[in-house]
Each structure stands twice: as C-alpha cells, then as structure tokens.
Write a protein that binds this ligand. Structure first.
Ligand SMILES: Cc1ncc(COP(=O)(O)O)c(C=O)c1O
Length: 377
C-alpha cells in the first residue's frame, strides 16, 4: 500500500544531519528548528502565519479554539472523514452538526450544507469545518459564499491536503484557519506525530500561539486555559528538509493518478460515476482544483470481495472509512440514525483506496490494474 523507505533512502544523510543539529543545539521543543519550518511553510502556502503543533488532531482543536469556537456553539462538518474532524469539535466544547457529501468528490455537498443551516439544527452553527478529503479541496467557492450568508467562520481540515489548491489558492489559505497533519503516511510527513495550523488572521495566530502553550503570553501567567500542543524540534527539522521536496512528490503523485486512469481505461473496466454498476468508478480532479492524491479511491459495489481478492495476491488496499462518523459508537449520542446521510453511508460501503505514493512504479500499478480487471471479469 505504501513503501515509506523509498522516500527515506535518498534523504537519509540530509535527515541525519538535521536530527544531529537538533541534538547539538538541544532545541527539543519549538525553538529555532520549528520556527524555521514555520517560516518556510508560510512562504510555501502563501499564508501569513503557520504554527507547528503536536498532531493534526491538536491542530484542529487549536484552530477551532483560536477562531473563537466554544461551548454553546455548533460546528458543521462531514460524516465522511477521519474521526478527528468531528472529535476536535467536541474537544473545543462545541456540538458537531453534520451534512451529507457529494458522491462524486466525497467532500461536503454545498446544497446539503445550506439545507442543514436553514433547518432548526443549523441555528447554533457558528463555523464550517470542511475536510479536503483524499487530497482534493472542498468546494471553497461555495463554502465561502455560505459562510458569508450565514456569518460563519471557516476552519479547513487540510490534514490530507498539503499543496492542494482551489481556484489557485492553496489549502491552508482558503478559510479563516486550517489544520494540517504530518502523520507519517501523509504527503508531507514527520517522523512521528506532528501538525500545524495556518491562518491569515493576526488575531487567530496570536491566540493560537498562546493556546498552544497553556494560554501563556508571559511565562507562567495564564490568560486562559489552553493545552500543550507544541511541535518537537526533531519534527520541525525533519519537516524543513521534506518541505524542499514536497512539490516534486505531489507532482509524482499526480502522475501516478493519471497513469492509473489510462491503465484502467486500457483495461476497459472504468465506468462513468458517481455510482458504480458492474465495474469500478475512478476518482477525478474537479475543474479548478489541484488534487494532490493523498489517496486514490475507487468505488465498487463488490468492495469487500475485491479487497480480499487483492489481499490474496499480496496487493495492499485500505478502506477510508468503513463507518461514517454518525454511525460510530462514540458519536451515537449526537442522535443521527441510519439513513441520515445516505451518500456518506453508501460511500462507506463502496470506497477502496489503492496503493499510491510518489515512488510507485508503472509495473506495480499495472499489477494492481490487471488484478482488478481479472476480478471484474
Ligand atoms: C482528515 C483528517 N483529519 C484529521 C487527522 C488527524 O491528524 P493526526 O493523526 O495528525 O492527529 C487526520 C489524520 O490522521 C485526517 O486524515
């Protein structure tokens, strides 16, 4: 599914030197290695502020809290994402309100968002939390319009979307604030847990900087209750190195995705979407968006059978995500029942992520495509 060593090996020496420098200078928490990464990250994303923190999950909480989300408020998000997209809303003391997804992109459906905001459950919503799922930005033309109409803040879950763009603007600079994850399997990855928030707002950045260190603006004077969500020096140093290569890696992912499309077309098994009939539906890049292909996710009605067939041939695949968030045991108290979000529920039954990473070779992709064609025949 993913061979991280192919990325590590050519960088081995450079990474060791960067880690060695942290040991020499003993800058283990924030400090110069993290500040250098933050500076380079702002330049690359075209945003005013970036703050390194301990994980994508913490970055989501930090972004929400710094944007003023708290008790008595609700935040609207998607039922089809990783758990942290919604748990972070609860962690900020607010209530998650969900809307269904667009079946062709798996991202929030703007019409569904508006319908929820117009309903009684939408009354307390103060912020939107769209997720750029699988590396493709949510429709931010629509999200920005809706946010303006309903006077909402927007916090992007850009955990899977370093380098993605919507109408020429990079993810991370689309909303009031954004959260990134550098979990080791992400497009831009640390050597452990790490995350970052980005924002163009001086006010949000200032508050996030304090909340990241227990609400301290002056040492040992606590203005509000924050948390410890700081980034390690080692992660900052490693991320600064990888930042130099990420555009090239994302280009390579885009080439892999394009190659899947032509190999599947040649095998004659791809169907027009959004729903699969007898074959498979391929993912696509929305016009005006730059997809960075964190995942390459196909749809098929015979998903579980296909996954077992591939596993028997030692081909990795994964299901992101098998249970929509409103059906998770931990979130049952939100009161959503089966059928509340039919698109998310159907996607959870049909999606299958195939191997994708920058160093994936054409012969390996051909093996995947041939196996899927064999299964479907
Ligand atoms: C969409 C999404 N949101 C949030 C997170 C949380 O990030 P982390 O694992 O760094 O806490 C992840 C990654 O796992 C993710 O994929």
């Amino acid at each position: 599914m993913l061979d991280l060593k192919r990325q590590y090996q050519p960088l081995h020496q450079e990474l060791l030197e960067a880690v060695g420098h942290v040991l020499e200078t003993q800058q283990f928490i924030l400090g110069e290695p993290v500040a250098a990464f933050e500076k380079a990250a702002t330049r690359q994303l075209g945003v005013a502020h970036a703050l390194g923190c301990s994980s994508g999950t913490d970055a989501l909480w930090l972004a929400l809290a710094a944007a003023g989300v708290g008790p008595g408020q609700a935040v609207l998000s998607t039922p089809f994402s990783f758990f942290a997209s919604v748990s972070s809303i609860l962690r900020a003391g607010a209530v998650p309100v969900l809307a269904d997804i667009d079946p062709s992109t798996f991202n929030l459906d703007p019409d569904a968002v508006e319908a929820v905001l117009d309903s009684p459950s939408g009354a307390a919503v103060r912020a939107l939390l769209p997720v750029h799922l699988y590396g493709q930005a949510a429709d931010f033309t629509a999200m920005a319009r809706i946010a303006k109409t309903f006077s909402l803040k927007t916090v992007e879950d850009a955990a899977q979307a370093w380098g993605a763009e919507w109408k020429g603007v990079k993810a991370g600079g689309l909303g009031d604030a954004a959260a990134f994850s550098f979990y080791p399997t992400k497009n831009l990855s640390a050597a452990g847990d790490a995350g970052m928030i980005s924002t163009n707002s001086e006010e949000i950045a200032e508050r996030a900087r304090a909340l990241r260190q227990h609400g301290m603006r002056r040492r040992y004077y606590h203005d509000e209750v924050g948390w410890n969500t700081r980034m390690d020096g080692f992660q900052g140093a490693i991320l600064s190195i990888k930042l130099k290569y990420i555009d090239g890696w994302n280009d390579a992912r885009r080439a892999v995705a394009a190659r899947y499309r032509s190999l599947f077309a040649a095998a004659g098994v791809a169907e027009a979407g959004p729903y699969p009939a007898k074959g498979i539906v391929l993912p696509h890049e929305v016009k005006g968006s730059k997809h960075v292909w964190h995942q390459y996710v196909i749809r098929t009605q015979r998903r579980d059978e296909l996954r077992a067939f591939l596993a028997a041939r030692k081909i990795g695949s994964e299901i992101y995500y098998p249970v929509p968030l409103h059906r998770q045991e931990a979130l049952k108290f939100l009161g959503y029942t089966e059928g509340a979000f039919p698109e998310a529920e159907r996607a959870a039954r049909e999606v299958l992520a195939l191997p994708i990473f920058p160093e994936l070779r054409e012969d390996e992709q051909q093996t995947v495509v041939t196996a899927i064609a064999e299964f479907l025949s």
